[in-house]
Design a binder for this molecule. Structure first.
Ligand code: SF4
Length: 418
């Protein structure tokens, strides 16, 4: 198997919070469905009579897909009262569906290596709790053997833009430069990201056809120096059209589709449409997208909330570095978008997190953010980033491109960090 690059700055162990068994739909293969049915679950195992353990989900009319069933409270049918998995307890870890075994890891092609990233929808990942990922190498290798397809090393690298491509070595050269700049401890994160957006923009305008290897390093150095020269402006409110686009995007990040919501069919879709209209208007009160959010005036979320709480830079820097090092923002890992667009989407999640954190704080009648607000907002937003199909849709991508092209993305970053 190819060598695996682990996130060296991240810790993780499962702390049995059971959040993943309540939040995620677990799609299963036909072989997994058969295996679970063959396990013959009964009332004696804690599965109520008449309760199906797998149900149809997705697929096509000629080949139906399936997922694990959920209880009326939204939890997976196999989650017991202690927050433990019944399949794991009775038949061992290997008997669980693959999706349960992988989470929160994510594996991506990296040329002659496989990169590993993590999903920050897991609270233990957000809190950096548990063993260093490097210590989990044995278990990660085992999972990689199950999920990494043959011939992954032959996959081409993501483009830098739709026009410009480089080879894997040069893609890593660019990624490592971005990673080093995010890591730089001399400068606070927000101005650093503002500057990196400029570097990404300049990079998207460069013709890379004959610039390879060390010459690419020199070009990157020049772009960084050019971007740094311009400095960082004072925060100013985004243009109304950008504010609408941004709020619509935040509404996607902040929503939560439970199994009950999906079962509600057209009623759920109607509720989402109403919520989208409210977000587009941005007037009056926010609609309640999840239990943790109250209806608060939109206006309150636009005011200055003062300095970001201590620990925010560390948290968001770790998040961005895990995504960068794991190539979890472009190419196969992110809707096949090129490097620059993927990086812009990754930066855009930062103001979205800060907006959601304000909403959480305001929902608890507070005017100041805590690190916990930021942590919760990050877990809510990353649940969708790179996973909800809507984020790879044409409309969503056009929204990100518009915000980046007009300079509004940088403005949003400064506006919601004040
Ligand atoms: S099968 Fe087990 S690990 Fe997977 S979602 Fe259900 S309870 Fe959680």
């Amino acid at each position: 198997m190819l060598p695996i690059t682990l996130p060296t700055i991240q810790n993780w162990s499962c702390h049995n919070c059971s959040g993943c068994c309540k939040q995620h739909l677990i799609e299963i293969t036909e072989a997994e469905r058969q295996r679970i049915l063959d396990q013959k679950w009964t009332e004696a195992d804690g599965i109520p009579p008449g309760q199906p353990v797998v149900v149809p989900h997705g697929g096509t009319w000629w080949k139906r897909g399936h997922r694990l069933a959920h209880r009326p409270d939204g939890a997976c049918v196999f989650l017991d009262d202690r927050g433990l998995c019944r399949i794991h307890a009775k038949f061992g870890e290997a008997a669980k569906p693959l999706a349960c075994r992988i989470y929160p890891y994510a594996f991506h092609p990296g040329g002659r290596r496989i990169t590993v990233s993590l999903r920050f929808s897991c609270p233990s990942v957000v809190a950096n709790k548990g063993r260093a990922c490097t210590q989990n190498k044995g278990e990660i290798n085992q999972i990689a053997k199950l999920v990494v397809p043959e011939g992954i090393e032959k996959l081409p690298p993501p483009g830098i833009t739709n026009r410009e491509t480089v080879d894997w070595d040069d893609l890593w050269r660019i990624t490592n430069t971005f990673d080093e700049l995010v890591t730089d401890e001399e400068t606070p994160l927000i101005p650093k990201l503002f500057m990196l957006l400029r570097v990404a923009d300049l990079l998207s305008q460069a013709s890379l056809k004959v610039i390879r290897g060390q010459r690419l390093d020199e070009l990157l150095e020049l772009l960084v120096a050019t971007a740094a020269e311009e400095g960082v402006p004072e925060p100013s409110a985004p243009q109304p059209i950008a504010a609408i686009q941004f709020r619509l995007l935040v509404a996607h990040y902040a929503r939560k589709d439970t199994v009950a919501d999906l079962d509600a069919g057209w009623w759920h879709r109607w509720q989402l449409l109403r919520a989208a209209l409210k977000f587009a208007q941005g007037q009056g009160k926010t609609p309640k997208l999840q239990e943790c959010f109250a209806e608060v005036p939109f206006e309150r979320l636009e005011q200055s909330w003062g300095e970001l709480p201590e620990g925010t830079d560390e948290l968001l820097t770790r998040y961005l570095r895990v995504k960068l090092q794991g190539l979890h923002f472009c190419g196969r890992a992110y809707y096949d978008v090129p490097f620059v667009e993927g990086f812009q989407s990754l930066v855009l999640i930062v103001p979205a997190i800060l907006w959601i954190a304000r909403w959480l704080a305001a929902s608890n009648d507070r005017n100041q953010l805590t690190l916990e607000d930021i942590q919760r907002a990050l877990a809510i937003a990353d649940h969708h980033h790179g996973f909800s199909p809507i984020f790879g849709s044409r409309g969503f991508r056009q929204r990100v491109n518009f915000l980046a092209r007009t300079g509004e993305l940088g403005k949003l970053l400064l506006w919601y960090s004040r």
